[in-house]
Design a protein around this ligand. Structure first.
Ligand code: BV8
Ligand code: ZN
Length: 253
């Protein structure tokens, strides 16, 4: 099933980087970013809704979309891919897990210190003063139906500004410290697994290029071809939830 060289590299890794995208949560029933544009939102494109301009233009439309997505996440469970990733971190001396996903499924599968390159659905904050806002654990009751709907965002306790999702929108800079840590980890690692990302969004799409060509090796896990296929030394064209437990078993049991 796997090349001996790949298994050996995984077993001997002194610093493994794992970069995940929406594909790792797909088998938990979380729509990937582009698929998430259904219903009320299907006539919009992701870059419009996932932007400050989009939010300012229609806060209820954008907040409703994020509440719908947050409800999906609250009802979802980690899948075997998330658990296999958490197990790898227990087996190896150093694993840096970085994700483009705004869900908390890695954490709920037992992963720690996850670098959220594009923020999180669970850290909303004030658009005007940046003050954090505590969302109720369950998604907005008005949005219990399956029909996607507009929801007026709550307002800041301090300045009454509108509360925005705690994600990195298009046109926004990634969290500076998280980005720095991600670049450093990719430069230093001896092996990088890139799992379930289309590699179209920058600057994250550039991270595999930071891996040292002599010392490092990039492995892609994605049932589809992406822009990374040329760069990766191994392309495992399988679903993450199916192949990661097998890869873990081949290397560590
Ligand atoms: C910035 C949070 C500057 C929000 C997200 C032209 C060229 C280059 C760059 C640009 C350009 N025009 C504009 C830009 C910049 C822009 C960009 O990259 N645009 C793209 C569309 C071209 N980038 C930005 O704006 C970034 N910021 O550049 O700031 C700056 C600098 C300094 C100071 C100020 C400003 C910010 C980008 C972050 C955007 N936020 N998410 C939210 O979630 O709502 S990005 C969002 O889309 C996701 O996080 C994800 O990263 C990305 C893609 O989403 P998906 O396609 O759903 O997911 P993914 O890519 O992960 O693909 C799914 C994959 O899974 C597929 O390949 C599929 O085959 C695979 N799969 C499916 N099932 C499975 C599977 N794999 C394994 N197993 C399975 N079962
Ligand atoms: Zn405020």
């Amino acid at each position: 099933m796997f090349a001996d060289t790949l298994i050996e590299k995984l077993q001997k890794s002194q610093h493994l980087v794992i970069l995940t995208g929406a594909g790792v949560s797909a088998e938990s029933g979380i729509a990937t970013f582009r698929d998430a544009l259904t219903g009320l939102w299907k006539k919009y494109d992701a870059e419009t809704l996932a932007s400050e301009q989009g939010f300012r233009a229609d806060p209820a439309l954008v907040w409703g979309w994020y509440e719908w997505r947050r409800k999906q996440v609250l009802q979802a469970k980690p899948n075997p891919a998330h658990y296999a990733i958490a197990q790898l971190a227990e087996q190896l001396p150093k694993v840096t897990l970085m994700t483009q996903n705004v869900d908390d499924l890695h954490e709920r599968a037992g992963s720690h210190n996850v670098l959220h390159l594009h923020g999180s659905l669970h850290q909303p904050r004030c658009l005007d003063c940046d003050q954090a806002y505590d969302l109720p654990k369950q998604a907005d009751s008005k949005n219990t139906s399956n029909v996607e709907s507009r929801i007026d965002p709550p307002h800041c306790y301090d300045c009454d500004g509108p509360i925005r999702p705690g994600v990195v929108w298009f046109g926004e800079q990634l969290p500076v410290n998280v980005w720095k840590l991600a670049q450093e980890a990719c430069r230093e690692c001896d092996l990088m697994l890139v799992i379930g990302t289309s590699g179209v969004v920058w600057p994250v799409a550039d991270l595999p290029n930071f891996v040292n060509k002599d010392r490092g090796c990039v492995v892609q896990i994605n049932p589809n071809i992406t822009s990374l296929n040329g760069l990766a030394s191994y392309n495992l064209s399988e679903k993450a939830g199916a192949i990661l437990p097998k890869l873990y078993a081949a290397a560590f049991t």
